[in-house]
Design a binder for this molecule. Sequence first.
Ligand SMILES: [Zn+2]
Length: 420
Amino acid sequence: MDAPRPPPGAGAAGHPLGSAGRPVGLPHAWLVAQLAATTIHADRVLDGRGGEQRDVTVVVEGGRIARVERGRRGAVTYELGALTLLPGMIDAHAHLAWYFNRAGRLHTPADGDTPAQSMLSVAANAWATLRAGVTTVQSPGSAEDADLRDWIASGGVPGPRMLTSLEPIADARLTPDSLRALVRQRRAAGADFIKLFASKSIRDGGAQTMSDEQLRAACGEAASLGLRTLVHAHSAESMRAAALAGCTQVEHGVFATEDVLRLMAERGTWFDPQVCLVFRNYLDNRAHYEGIGNYNAEGFAAMERAIPLATAAFRRALATPGLNVVFGTDAVAGAHGRNVEELICRVRAGGQAPAAAVVSATSLAARALGMSDRIGAIAPGLEADLIAVDGDPSRDVEALRRVRFVMKGGEVYRHDGERR
Ligand SMILES: [Zn+2]
């Protein structure tokens, strides 16, 4: 975190001015740094929209990208040399609130962890995620997300910018009217979008739970309030119901068929499938999960069986003309900071082109979040969310494991200059 910072005591307000208009009590060097632009030069820049430029200087002013210039004029603030500069990654599905407790088990409400221990664990997840080059996450979701989202946004805690659904809506016994009321309640409580469960967990078979009518009520109400809807759906029937109900995005879709994927493309429904990270993470951390809820022998067997099915569903999705397939990891306890492993699997096992994988985690993800006017590309006017990696991820996706520089909103959170 080597961006210019106010000295202790300067306060969050930034530039307190004296009666003569001169700054009071601030060292000259700090002020100059604040007023000057930050410049970043790299030999290779991926713009997040599929474009590549060589020998580029990005000029950052007031936390935003002011200009993208060819070449290098004089000294720059950050010379990244042979690293590749790209937009900060966006994970459309990550659960920062999930962590392993003091006993090494998945945290659950009555496990004895204090609220302070919980919040520190969650803050650590946020920091691990940001350090790994993910500058925005969408959390679907937890009630506790709101405070973390707001603290990160105020600059008080380092982490990715966050969108949250707050508590997901999963009760399939609710009437359409109560579902509509619940959607309004979430919005009033500050939810950025709505998360619904239209099917069972993959550990319980993934069959449809909410009826077509219930989905129409919830997704329709959300749309009328200007909120997007993310729908957990594994069976083809539940995915079809979500698409027909006008819901915005389908999560997981392990049992996706060609038919339902075509319908989603026609309806403009986004798809956020997972190929490996979430399953492998559960299997690798089995001892930390087993015995809690549906994390039992049957559940683990179902997840093992899901991996080849999920990979096949992902391949079918890529082959579906016009379908938007966005990057979302479903990162839970054990996976935070390893988000790019999902992207690497999508390329290695799922057959996605590395350059398309990068776009799915940048400009496409920004569109999925309704934020393409703010993030997801290296272009003038957008927030300065920039990362640099060792290698060229548009050709070698594993380069995304080698993050060396992270800037979010113009502030540098990571710069491993000496290890370049
Ligand atoms: Zn999830």
